[in-house]
Design a binder for this molecule. Sequence first.
Ligand SMILES: NC(=O)C1=CN([C@@H]2O[C@H](COP(=O)(O)OP(=O)(O)OC[C@H]3O[C@@H](n4cnc5c(N)ncnc54)[C@H](O)[C@@H]3O)[C@@H](O)[C@H]2O)C=CC1
Ligand SMILES: O=C(O)C1=N[C@H](C(=O)O)C[C@H](O)C1
Length: 266
Amino acid sequence: MIKIAVCGAAGRMGQRIIVAAVEAGCTISGALERPGHPQVGQDAGLIAGVGSLGVAISDDLNKVVEGCDVLIDFTTPKVSLKNLEICGLKKKAIVIGSTGFTPEERALAAELAKDIPAVLAPNMSVGVNVCFKVLKDVAKTLGDDFDVEIVELHHNKKKDSPSGTAVRMGEVVAEALGRDYNQVANYHREGICGERTKEEIGMQTVRGGDIIGEHTVYFIGQGERIEISHRAMTRDMFSRGSVRAAKWIVGKAPGLYDMQDVLGLK
Ligand SMILES: NC(=O)C1=CN([C@@H]2O[C@H](COP(=O)(O)OP(=O)(O)OC[C@H]3O[C@@H](n4cnc5c(N)ncnc54)[C@H](O)[C@@H]3O)[C@@H](O)[C@H]2O)C=CC1
Ligand SMILES: O=C(O)C1=N[C@H](C(=O)O)C[C@H](O)C1
């Protein structure tokens, strides 16, 4: 059975990943938190609610990576890039779920993953990845006659906007329509901002309470509208997805993969 280390172990996702890995029969070989985190030194299993695992949460990245087959990391882009670098040096696989990467950081991730197998995906759920696939077909079929708007809702602790999933949805639609997402994404409308352009893809963000994550892509035409929505009711399909990705990536050829690769959706 593969040995999984979890980075961000005391976080919302980290705790659920430990539960999912234990349920999948994997060994938790290590758990990482940021230096100074109040739960460093405590048992990762007790923090996650699966009982004692005999694995103390550590802040020693090198040591934790050495002991694992694959590191699952749900933290922040900066931390994930550092983890990718260390996994590269130690020739370990990595699964990254962090979101909020800039285009430059994504390019750096691809560069750092040249020597090791890595999965980087903004959403590990099967449902969202099926939506990515469907969105491509819908956008291609509808073409330029329908205006595209994307709305995402998340909890009030989320740090990045728009969500990584919403950005990927925008990228998928833009590519299917032959547009450059970075040129056509419109994140802000205020005041007399003029009529909507045909090309733009509106990106709207809602933050509040304990919403796990909801995404809707609107294709709005004359007299009709298509809405493709995904609503997450728990974090468990993200955590199970990340463990599925971890099992899949160990032993693969070096390179940067995504969840579409893991699920065979390409
Ligand atoms: N790809 C996917 O399916 C999903 C991605 N996410 C993304 O995962 C990330 C984390 O989300 P949450 O768990 O909700 O956040 P969170 O804030 O609850 O957890 C992040 C954890 O990382 C820890 N951390 C920060 N710096 C660290 C360091 N240097 N070393 C080790 N640990 C460190 C924090 O102390 C915290 O416990 C976000 O970017 C979020 O958008 C969240 C859900 C699903
Ligand atoms: O921060 C979250 O919680 C989530 N983040 C991911 C994203 O930014 O797309 C995925 C999920 O919606 C939950």
